[in-house]
Design a protein around this ligand. Structure first.
Ligand code: SF4
Length: 340
């Protein structure tokens, strides 16, 4: 582990991407320890940048979530130092599509919800305590809180879907973030993924404002509904298959209740696979997720793929604002909404 942050032999302009590191918990002390060493050969500008990144880590150190690594290379003077940082991320869990789909498929036959309105479904969702591990986790996060939100009262319960009951477009994510939706009580609200997403929805004419900071901030969605496959914030942002299975009937019922729904924008591969099963798409071979991927279902509704607006994706440029704008413009067109 330490070799990843040790000084390396001089190799100008070395930039190495290191993936699949351990948790922030492990990496954070390394960064703190390494910084004074690195200062000796870094320019003032880079040193300031490092401090800024380290500060971000300290503020965002929800140690259950990981992981994006950003190695930074220093070319001169030798030796070249490579410092690896672990960032908090909203990245969905890396579950193989076939495994996820199989367990989801089983889940959809387990329970049939009868709530007749989105409001009654919301009441059912927020009272749910069916997953002991997730209940304990969401409530522990709400009790302990992140330092930056120490003065706030966390939601600490399942997060219901949010939006226009007449929505033609649904955005389907994975699960609430521990200090985002689990804090504010509204999907994608109060974290950077949400900042990115709601700004895009506003540009696309699907949201009344570009910001989303709390349940009482006045935000309204227009023709659009935002939800997730799992309603409780999971440790490490990774629900267990059984937890995922237990929660999926909520999304299924939402889809049934949104009678005008034409397009489901799946934020990430997990959401894509979940939507395939929830909509009983039986295509073989199973259509693969991709950014901009489209699948027309038997009833003419359309699945549309988008990279998840996680920090990992937006920070690295894997998902840019124009890329998400293009997906939402396509969603509008497929849903029969006028172009912006
Ligand atoms: Fe209930 Fe879903 Fe939360 Fe499990 S994840 S406790 S099923 S709301």
């Amino acid at each position: 582990m330490t070799s990843a942050v040790a000084l390396l032999p001089a190799t100008p302009y070395l930039v190495t991407v290191v993936e699949k590191l351990s948790t922030v918990l492990i990496w954070l002390p390394m960064i703190v320890v390494q910084l004074p060493i690195e200062f000796r050969c870094l320019t003032r500008l880079v040193a300031r940048m490092l401090l800024q990144i380290a500060l971000e880590l300290l503020l965002d150190a929800s140690l259950e979530k990981f992981e994006i690594t950003v190695p930074i290379a220093f070319a001169a003077p030798p030796p070249v130092g490579v410092v690896v940082f672990a960032f908090v991320s909203e990245q969905p869990p890396r579950v193989s599509a076939s495994r996820a789909a199989g367990s989801i498929e089983r889940a959809c036959t387990q329970e049939s919800l009868r709530e007749s309105t989105l409001a009654s479904l919301t009441d059912r969702v927020v009272e749910c305590r069916a997953c002991p591990r997730l209940v304990a986790w969401r409530e522990r996060v709400a009790r302990e809180r992140r330092a930056a939100y120490a003065g706030e009262s966390y939601w600490g319960r399942p997060v219901p879907g949010f939006g226009d009951p007449g929505a033609r477009i649904m955005l389907l994510g994975l699960a609430p973030a521990a200090h985002g939706a689990n804090r504010t009580g509204r999907m994608f609200t109060g974290d950077r993924s949400g900042e990115f997403l709601y700004a895009a929805l506003w540009r696309a004419g699907l949201a009344s404002q570009p910001t989303s900071v709390g349940r009482d901030d006045g935000l309204e969605l227009r023709g659009c509904y935002v939800t997730a496959a799992v309603r409780c914030a999971p440790p490490a942002n990774r629900p267990l298959p059984a937890e995922r299975d237990r929660c999926l009937p909520f999304a299924r019922r939402e889809i049934e209740l949104l009678e005008e729904l034409r397009v489901i924008v799946c934020l990430g591969a997990f959401a894509w696979d979940a939507a395939l099963v929830l909509l009983e798409a039986r295509h073989r071979p199973r259509p693969r997720f991709g950014h901009g991927a489209e699948l027309v279902l038997a009833d003419d509704r359309v699945l549309l793929g988008s990279y998840h607006p996680s920090q990992q994706n937006t920070f690295t440029g894997r998902l840019t604002a124009p890329m998400l704008d293009a997906v939402l413009a396509r969603a509008r067109a497929l849903a029969g909404l006028p172009a912006r």
